[in-house]
Design a protein around this ligand. Structure first.
Ligand SMILES: Nc1ncnc2c1ncn2[C@@H]1O[C@H](COP(=O)(O)OS(=O)(=O)O)[C@@H](OP(=O)(O)O)[C@H]1O
Ligand SMILES: Nc1ncnc2c1ncn2[C@@H]1O[C@H](COP(=O)(O)OP(=O)(O)O)[C@@H](O)[C@H]1O
Length: 199
């Protein structure tokens, strides 16, 4: 919904000045993948590595966001889109504030990830596909949700009874069934360096 009575307010301190004050560029590192693929583990380890280097970060995680910002939403395609729209808007504001934002959401549809990208300042959306195969995620079954989904106790479960559309051109693809946590972090730090986000 657009409201013609609301105008964008120009402010005097801009994103580039905030980045200069913090000493690094901002970005949104968007992890997408199946439940149990390793999104949270990899994002968490990357945040630790960045914090050790004195970078200013914030990690937005699906499970946590769904306790507050998106507590009113479920897992229908419409609800997931609205949840991701809210998260995208928040991530965009955090990037504007100068932070390195890490986000760990299944974000199963390409169109949903495109929507998020459109909410992030130009050139600051970095897509990382955690492409761990479904059978490995299901074997891990960290929260026992695959078992419930197979038993028909949980509907619309991504990978089992709901789709997952893999990215076609992610900035980085990691399969945690063959890549260690340390190697994933190294590859991510290399990517951020190549892109000139960190030194
Ligand atoms: N139906 C269904 N499908 C998928 N996932 C489910 C579902 N119900 C609950 N959960 C738990 O919710 C976590 C996913 O939330 P997200 O906000 O990342 O999902 S989405 O981006 O809106 O698709 C997900 O967390 P992760 O395992 O960390 O991915 C699950 O623990
Ligand atoms: N190489 C690896 N990288 C990341 N996670 C791994 C790896 N090997 C095993 N795991 C395990 O896989 C599980 C992934 O769970 P999690 O990070 O919560 O995934 P998601 O956030 O995608 O649901 C964790 O229990 C983690 O310890």
């Amino acid at each position: 919904m657009t409201n013609n009575n609301i105008k964008w307010q120009q402010l005097d301190v801009n994103s580039a000045q905030r980045e200069a004050l913090l000493g690094h560029k901002s970005a949104v590192i968007w992890f997408t993948g199946l439940s149990g693929s390793g999104k949270s583990s990899v994002a968490n380890a990357l945040e630790q590595a960045l914090a050790m280097q004195g970078k200013h970060t914030y990690l937005l995680d699906g499970d946590n966001v769904r306790h507050g910002l998106c507590a009113d939403l479920g897992f229908s395609a419409t609800d997931r889109t609205e949840s991701l729209r809210r998260v995208g808007a928040v991530a965009g504001l955090m990037a504007d504030a100068g932070l390195l934002v890490l986000s760990a959401f299944i974000s199963p549809y390409r169109a949903q990830r495109e929507l998020v990208k459109s909410l992030i300042p130009q050139g600051k959306f970095i897509e990382v596909h955690i492409a761990t195969p479904l059978n490995v995620c299901e074997q891990r079954d960290v929260k026992g949700l695959y078992k419930k989904a197979r038993a028909g106790e949980l509907s619309q479960f991504t990978g089992i009874s709901d789709p997952y559309e893999a990215p076609k051109a992610a900035d980085l693809v990691l399969d945690t069934s063959v890549t260690s946590l340390q190697d994933s972090v190294q590859q991510l730090l290399q990517l951020l360096t190549q892109k000139g986000i960190i030194n």
